[in-house]
Every structure is written in C-alpha cells, then in structure tokens.
Design a binder for this molecule. Structure first.
Ligand SMILES: NC(=O)c1ccc[n+]([C@@H]2O[C@H](COP(=O)([O-])OP(=O)(O)OC[C@H]3O[C@@H](n4cnc5c(N)ncnc54)[C@H](O)[C@@H]3O)[C@@H](O)[C@H]2O)c1
Ligand SMILES: O=C(O)C(=O)C[C@]1(C(=O)O)C=C[C@@H](O)C=C1
Length: 291
C-alpha cells in the first residue's frame, strides 16, 4: 500500500498510473505536481489526483513514492528541485522513454545518482497526450523496464517494481544502455519513420490527392505520427546515437528492397514480405502470451 504518491507531470503516463493504482486500491492519496493550475484542476475533477501543487519539492514532502512523468527535457529541472527535498525513506522513479539521458541528468545535478532514484520506463502509451487521455487500463499486462543504478538498494528497486505490478504491469530489469539500444529499434525508429513518411508525402506536389485516397493501411502505419512532436523530439535526440545507428541500418535494408524491386527480383521481394509476415505473427503471439 502506498500511503502518499506524488506524480510530477500529470499527463497521459502519470495520470494513467494514478488511475490504475486507485483502481487496485494500492494508493491512499495522490498529489499531482504541474505547471498549470488549469491542468491540475482538471486532473482533480477527473479523480486522478487528490490535490495539486506547482513545486516538486512540496509534492515530494511526506510522499513514500514520487514518480516523475515529465518530458525528458524537463527531467533535469525536476531533479534540481528535488535535490534537498527527498526525505529519508522516500523512493523516486521516473517514466522517461530514454534511460541513459536520465542517468546523465542525475549525474549533472547530484554528481552520483542518488540511492533513492530508481530509473524506469513503462512500455505502454498512446499517441494522445495530457491528463484527459489517461486511463486506468494503460499498463495492464504491459512491460515496465527498470534500469537500477549501482547506488540503488534492493528494497528501493522492489518498492518501484511492486508499484508497477499493482498498476497491472509486468516488471523486468535491464542495463540502461541496452534498454536504449532495444527501444531505439522498437519504438524510436518506428516513430521517426512514421513522422518522416507523413512529412515527405505532405511535401509531394499531389499531396491533396494522396491524403484523399489514403485509407486504413496509411492510417494504421502513421497513427504514431499524431504523437506530441516536442516529446518525440526530446526522445529521439536523447537517444541520438542508438537511433542514428538504427536508422542507418534500416536505410541499408530499405536500399536492398528498392534494388530488388528495380531489378525485377520478385523472388527477393516476396522473401522480404514473407519474413516480415512471419516475424510479426511471432510478435503478436508474444503479446497474446502475456494476456
Ligand atoms: N506517451 C507515451 O506513449 C509514453 C510512454 C512511455 C513513457 N513516456 C514518457 O513519459 C513522460 C511523460 O509523457 P506523457 O505522454 O505523459 O506526456 P504528457 O504531455 O501527456 O504529460 C506530461 C505532463 O508533464 C507536464 N510538465 C512538463 N514540464 C513539467 C515540469 N517542469 N514540471 C511539472 N510538470 C511538467 C506537462 O504539462 C504535462 O502535463 C515522458 O518523459 C515520455 O518520454 C511516454
Ligand atoms: O502506442 C503508442 O502510441 C506508443 O507510442 C507507445 C510507446 C511505443 O510503443 O513506442 C511510445 C513510447 C514509449 O516510451 C513506450 C511506448
């Protein structure tokens, strides 16, 4: 049971966490921290938080768990605000989509990452932002990756893991750089490709006609290009090296497919499509296996 939970950044991710913990009866009181009074009032009206404030230090006072759910660019400022505010026994975690940059931010503010800060990342989300988009089921059977630092005591890591399990998620641990390499391929690359595709087509001369006759395939492929551009700028630049490597590798594969098509190598084109279909079926089985 969490007596007092502080959510810094009450949007899709933080709001959904509060709702899922309320659903399971795992939290007594939720304090929300944000910049705009209007958003905090909305969060309170939606039953996401019990009360709000603007200062992370005030939100953290007396909390047993603090979860930082702000865009990556705001992470360092929140750490600075928490520096002298975290009381003994309080554990802090975050939901940032890149973990190496969060540890770097912690080093920049604290020197050594503090024992009470356990970095984490829920692998769940949607293309919608803000507290209005939050829902209690977001983390059901989804993975949460924790990337503990050498400074973290075991009980702090376990406290964060127990919170995510109470929210419905399955928790795994990983080294931060490995996390960033894997997520570059499965999350950051697809987002970059979706944005790039829609941006490219929007710039073609006959764009009116292109969008006029696009349907389900185009909508499914590009859903994630509706995500918040600033948030994704932060994610892609925070994971620049791994994302650039993934993009270059993908460009090579796309180049080979382009060559096969241009050369009339229909067998090769079919091989690529068959491999992809089989691999995606395996991915869907993996997802179903978790439900
Ligand atoms: N959206 C996703 O699919 C997803 C999935 C997993 C993790 N994440 C990560 O979770 C974090 C939050 O993403 P989200 O989708 O909930 O975004 P969001 O825009 O829905 O919510 C972020 C909230 O933080 C607030 N905020 C910004 N700067 C702040 C500051 N300095 N102090 C306090 N509040 C501040 C914003 O006003 C907003 O209410 C990001 O770091 C993102 O990388 C996102
Ligand atoms: O489903 C979506 O819309 C998402 O973008 C969720 C998604 C992803 O799967 O890439 C996005 C960012 C995260 O850090 C984790 C999950």
């Amino acid at each position: 049971m969490i007596r007092r939970l502080a959510i810094i950044g009450v949007g899709l991710i933080g709001g959904s966490l509060a709702l899922s913990l309320r659903r399971s009866g795992a939290v007594e009181e939720v304090i929300g921290c944000g910049r705009s009074a209007e958003n905090l009032e909305r969060a309170q009206a939606l039953g996401v938080i019990d009360r709000g404030c603007h200062d992370p230090a005030e939100a953290a006072a007396g909390a047993d768990l603090v979860v930082i759910c702000v865009p990556l660019r705001a992470m360092r400022g929140v750490f600075a605000a928490l520096e002298h505010a975290v009381e003994p026994g309080t554990v802090v975690t975050d939901a940032g989509s890149v973990k190496g940059s969060v540890v770097e931010d912690a080093r920049a503010v604290f020197g050594t990452p503090p024992p009470w800060l356990v970095p984490g990342h829920p692998i769940a989300g949607t293309e919608n932002s803000g507290v209005e988009a939050a829902f209690a089921e977001l983390y059901d059977r989804r993975r949460v990756i924790l990337t503990p630092t050498p400074q973290n005591p075991q009980d702090a890591v376990e406290r964060v893991a127990a919170m995510w399990r109470a929210a419905g998620a399955q928790v795994v641990r990983m080294e931060a750089d490995h996390h960033d390499e894997v997520l570059a391929a499965t999350s950051h690359l697809p987002h970059a490709l979706a944005y790039a595709l829609v941006d490219a087509l929007a710039g073609w001369d006959d764009r009116q006609e292109i969008f006029e006759y696009a349907a389900g395939g185009f909508r499914d492929f590009t859903r994630i290009a509706s995500s918040d551009p600033a948030m994704w700028r932060d994610i892609c630049t925070a994971n620049r090296d791994h994302l650039v490597a993934a993009l270059r590798r993908y460009q090579q594969d796309l180049g080979r497919l382009t060559d096969a098509l241009a050369a009339g190598d229909d067998e090769q084109v079919l091989r690529v499509f068959e491999n992809a279909q089989e691999a995606r079926a395996g991915f869907l089985r993996l997802l179903e296996g978790r439900s």
